[in-house]
Design a protein around this ligand. Structure first.
Ligand code: NAD
Ligand code: UGA
Length: 469
C-alpha cells in the first residue's frame, strides 16, 4: 500500500488529501499538522473549514484510509510520498518584507523531513512557493547525507475556495514538475499514477521543476489581472454611463477573451492573489527586471484603488460624513461559500468606515464574531503571523457590532454595503429592510448582486459597482 503523508491540514491539505483518499482506496493518507485544535476539528464532526461537499468526502474515508494526526514525525517517517502544504505568507520583517514569501514554515518542515527519514521519499511541493524553491529544499533534505534518496516534485494546487471539491474532482489540469533525470521522471510517474485514478491522463501536465513552480504564480497573476482589468473598467463605466456587466458580457463573447472571471467587484481578496503577485514582483526585482515587476505591481495598485474608491463613494454619497451613522455590512468572507476572511476586501472597507467614525454592524452567514474582531485588529500582512495580534482600540470596539441576521444588521442603519456575493442577499425582503432604516436609505452593492432598479422603486438610493447611478 502506498503511504502518503501531507504536512499542513489547511484549506489545501485537508480537502486535497480527502479527495486523494476517496479516489484511491488503496492509498493510505495521513494529514498531519502542528496545530492541535485543527487536527482535533478534522477528527470531529465540525470540520475546521467550511467547503461545500467536503463533509461528505471526509465522512466516506475518515478512519478507513484517511487519518488526521499531530504525530508529524512518525507519519512523515513512514510515508513514501510527503506532500508539503504549509502556509507561505508574505514576509513582514527583514529582507523583502511586504513582498517576498516567508518560507519559515516550509524550511522547518523540510528540515524535519530530513531528520526523521529512514527510507527514500518523494517530497511534493503543494504550497505555492517562489520559483527555484525546490533547489533550496533539495539542499536542506540532503544536508546530512544519510544515503536516502529524496526526489522533489512541484505539484501546485489550483483549487478555488468555495468550489474546492468540484475543482479537485474535475480539475482543468494537474501540473507535476520534476527533475529531468531518470530518478526525477520515475517520481513524476509515481505521482501521476495517483492522480490518474480519477483525472484523465491528458489533463496531467508534466514539466520541469521551474516551469511548474512559476506556472502557479503566473496563473494567479493572470487571474488577478483579469479582475483588476475589469475593475479598472468599472471606474470608467461609472464616469461615462456605460454598464460594466454589459461590457463584460460583450467582451467575454470573444472566444479569445472568454466569459469567466470578468465580474467587477469591490476588489479581490483571499489568501493568495495578493501574496503571490507580491512574491512575483519580488522575484522580478531580484532578477533586475524592474519593468516586469512594475507591470504586475499595478494589479495590486488597482485592487487597492478599487477598495478605496468604494469607501470614498460611501462617504461622499452620505453627505461627506458617516460619523456616528450606522452602516450595515452584509458579507465579510472574501467570496461566497467560504468562511475564509483572509485578505477579504471587507477588512479594508470596514477599516475605512471606522476611520471615518461610522458605527458598523456586520452580518456574514459563515464568519464568526471572534474572527471579524481579530481581522479588524490586525495590521496588513499580519494575519498569518499570529504573534502580531494587537488589541483593537477601545473606540474601534465600540464602533463594531457583529450580528447573526441581515435584518438585525440593517435595523436603524443609514446605509448597507454588500461585500460578499452570498446568494441569500438576493432573497432578502428589501421592503422590510427599507422600512426599518433611517432615510434616505442607501445601498452600496460591492458585488452587483441585488436588482438595483427594484431597490430604487422601493425608495433606496443605490450605488452598484460600474453601473450608471
Ligand atoms: P493554511 O494556513 O490553511 O494551512 C497551512 C497549515 O500548515 C496550517 O494548519 C499550519 O498549522 C500548518 N503548518 C505550518 N507549518 C507546519 C509544520 N512545520 N508542520 C506541520 N504543519 C505545519 O494554508 P492553505 O490555505 O492551506 O495554503 C497552503 C499553501 O497552499 C499556501 O502556500 C497557499 O499559497 C497554497 N494554496 C492555497 C490555496 C487556497 O485556496 N487556500 C489554493 C492553492 C494554493
Ligand atoms: C484563487 C484561484 O482562483 C485558484 O485557482 C488558486 O488555486 C487560489 O486562488 C490560490 O492559489 O489560493 P480563490 O482565491 O480561492 O482561488 O478564489 P477565486 O474564485 O479566485 O476568487 C478570488 C477573489 O477574486 C475573490 O475575492 C472573488 O470574489 C474575486 N473575484 C473573482 C472577483 O472580484 N471577480 C471575478 O470575476 C472573480
Amino acid at each position: 500500500m502506498v503511504k502518503i503523508c501531507c504536512i499542513g491540514a489547511g484549506y489545501v491539505g485537508g480537502p486535497t488529501m480527502a479527495v486523494i483518499a476517496l479516489k484511491c482506496p488503496k492509498v493510505q493518507v495521513v494529514v498531519v499538522d502542528i496545530s492541535t485544535p485543527r487536527i482535533t476539528a478534522w477528527n470531529s464532526d465540525q470540520l475546521p473549514i467550511y467547503e461545500p461537499g467536503l463533509d461528505d468526502v471526509v465522512k466516506q474515508c475518515k478512519g478507513k484510509n484517511l487519518f488526521f494526526s499531530t504525530d508529524v514525525e512518525k507519519h512523515v517517517a513512514e510515508a513514501d510520498i510527503v506532500f508539503v502544504s504549509v502556509n507561505t505568507p508574505t514576509k513582514t520583517q527583514g529582507l523583502g518584507a511586504g513582498k517576498a514569501a516567508d518560507l519559515t514554515y516550509w524550511e522547518s518542515a523540510a528540515r524535519m523531513i530530513a531528520d526523521v527519514s529512514k527510507s527514500d521519499k518523494i517530497v511534493v511541493e503543494k504550497s505555492t512557493v517562489p520559483v527555484k524553491t525546490a533547489e533550496a529544499i533539495e539542499r536542506i533534505l540532503t544536508h546530512n547525507n544519510k544515503g536516502i534518496n529524496f526526489q522533489i516534485l512541484s505539484n501546485p494546487e489550483f483549487l478555488a475556495e468555495g468550489t474546492a471539491i468540484k475543482d479537485l474532482f474535475n480539475p482543468d489540469r494537474v501540473l507535476i514538475g520534476g527533475r529531468e533525470t531518470s530518478g526525477g521522471q520515475k517520481a513524476i510517474a509515481a505521482l501521476r499514477d495517483v492522480y490518474a485514478q480519477w483525472v484523465p491522463i491528458d489533463k496531467i501536465i508534466c514539466t520541469n521543476l521551474w516551469s511548474a513552480e512559476l506556472s502557479k504564480l503566473a496563473a494567479n497573476a493572470f487571474l488577478a489581472q483579469r479582475i483588476s482589468s475589469v475593475n479598472a473598467m468599472s471606474a470608467l463605466c461609472e464616469a461615462t454611463g456605460a454598464d460594466v456587466t454589459q461590457v463584460s458580457q460583450a467582451i467575454g463573447k470573444d472566444t479569445r477573451i472568454g466569459p469567466k472571471f470578468l465580474n467587477a467587484s469591490v476588489g479581490f481578496g483571499g489568501s493568495c492573489f495578493q501574496k503571490d503577485i507580491l512574491n512575483l514582483v519580488y522575484i522580478c526585482e531580484c532578477h533586475g527586471l524592474a519593468e516586469v515587476a512594475n507591470y504586475w505591481k499595478q494589479v495590486i495598485k488597482i485592487n487597492d484603488y478599487q477598495k478605496t474608491r468604494f469607501v470614498n463613494r460611501i462617504v461622499s454619497s452620505m453627505f461627506n460624513t458617516v460619523s456616528g451613522k450606522k452602516v450595515a455590512i452584509l458579507g465579510f468572507a472574501f467570496k461566497k461559500d467560504t468562511g475564509d476572511t483572509r485578505e477579504t476586501p471587507a477588512i479594508d472597507v470596514c477599516k475605512g468606515l471606522i476611520g471615518d467614525k461610522a458605527k458598523i454592524s456586520i452580518y456574514d452567514p459563515q464568519v464568526q464574531e471572534e474572527q471579524i474582531t481579530r481581522d479588524l485588529a490586525l495590521k496588513k500582512f499580519d494575519w498569518d503571523h499570529p504573534v502580531h495580534l494587537q488589541p483593537m482600540s477601545p473606540t474601534s470596539v465600540k464602533q463594531v457590532a457583529c450580528v447573526w441576521d441581515a435584518y438585525e444588521a440593517t435595523k436603524g442603519a443609514h446605509g448597507i454595503c454588500i461585500l460578499t456575493e452570498w446568494d441569500e442577499f438576493k432573497l432578502l425582503d428589501y421592503k422590510r429592510i427599507f422600512d426599518g432604516m433611517e432615510k434616505p436609505a442607501f445601498v452600496f452593492d460591492g458585488r452587483n448582486v441585488v436588482d438595483a432598479e427594484k431597490l430604487r422603486k422601493i425608495g433606496f438610493i443605490v450605488y452598484a459597482i460600474g453601473k450608471p447611478l
